[in-house]
Design a protein around this ligand. Sequence first.
Ligand code: AMP
Ligand code: MG
Length: 480
Amino acid sequence: MIPFSNTYSKLPARFYERVNPTPAPNPTLIEVNDELALELGIDPAWLRSEEGLAVLSGQQITDGSEPLAQAYSGHQFGGFSPQLGDGRACLLGEVLDESKQHKDIQLKGSGRTPFSRNGDGKSALGPVIREYLMSEAMYALGVPTTRALAAVRSGENLIREKPIAGGIFTRVASSHLRIGTFQYFAARKDTEGLTTLTEYALQRHFQSKDNSKNSAVTLLENVISVQASLVAQWMGLGFIHGVMNTDNCSISGETIDYGPCAFMDNFHPGCVFSAIDRDARYAWGNQAPIAHWNLTRLAEALLPIIDPDETLATEIAEKSLDTFSKQFIAHYNGLYKAKFALRAETPAEFIQESLSVLADQQVDYTLFFRKLTQLASQEIEPSELTDLYLDAEAAKHWLSQWKLHIDADKIPAMREINPVLIPRNHQIEAAIQGAYQGDYSLFQRLHKAWKTPFTENPSDQDLETPPLENERVTQTFCGT
Ligand code: AMP
Ligand code: MG
């Protein structure tokens, strides 16, 4: 059983549509996240049982579950869609975790809902494998994220360009409230709904709120802070979300919606993987300005409840939004100073110049910081690092500059911020291909290895290597 303790279903009826998941015809269990289940007060053995599988595959509505599809809107690639909503997801309910926080348990790919438009509400197996691996790796890397509770093969073929095996992913999130959820009520001029949603979001995510302030401003300020920190963390790891639409931007500050996301191999600020991001709107280096753009949409949605005087409300919102850049830059510089073990007084320009050399020299981002960490502790010869550059002279020149800026005290901590392993695209792609063939061994191996991404493990050394030219994945796709 699952000890449900639902709150979203108690909100007014216009916040969602009640809908049951569509039962998968012939489900098989791929994986259950035992550790996460325990944190949520769910018996992993039960989840792995026949009854557990029936729940994870939409065949059975277990006691206390109140399945629903949430309503939301969103700006997608800059254009506003007033009506999106859970088109291929179903919230089964919430449970209280170890620290008494509500966590959503949601099936993704469990069939049509009133928000499905022309879609079938299903998910192919590939995106299920991808989200499982990516979100759990992100968690292990220390980045706020939704989590993976289970992956199921549905036993049916979906109609896509060619028939393809379907899957159902069980996602756990601090909530599924998005900027787009606020936009949904704002677009309908539903001020009462906005107020209810704001109080709900504060209660769920930012409980230590300052009661002296307007709730909408408190919420906005908190979301600005968590997003500024989140995007800096993504960038430090070379992560590109790929589809930072406002409906994929979580109020809690968790990474959500692992569709066309990717970790880059060679460093380049303009790096984009998503096949549908033709204008590079969501490139690695654009993520902070885009987060600010998204937060501005949140502020706009909240205006009517910030102050009835629109001019005054705008002024207040702008003051909050103006803090984003400063917060982001502080996180970003702090993070890179730790990655490079730089002195506190090293100017930020040195970081930008260093990254610019990495881009010119087509250096593998993760391997660079890994080798730099080893070099700083004198475990390797400088050539192991300089070999990563196209031009060894450029590398040597940079190293001589870097030495002037090192803070020796920061060297040991480089290991805690520069991972040995990241989920590389070609590895995920290979795990997906295996899964379609019914072979989950690589999925299992990667999942296990990526649980300890900062630890050197001789048996996983091969996973450190960047892709060969013929293995390189240059495009990723939305998870439909
Ligand atoms: P995404 O950008 O992947 O978060 O999805 C954007 C919107 O499209 C959301 O409202 C989804 O629910 C909806 N959507 C995506 N795939 C499907 C599908 N296969 N069937 C129905 N709706 C979908
Ligand atoms: Mg989405």
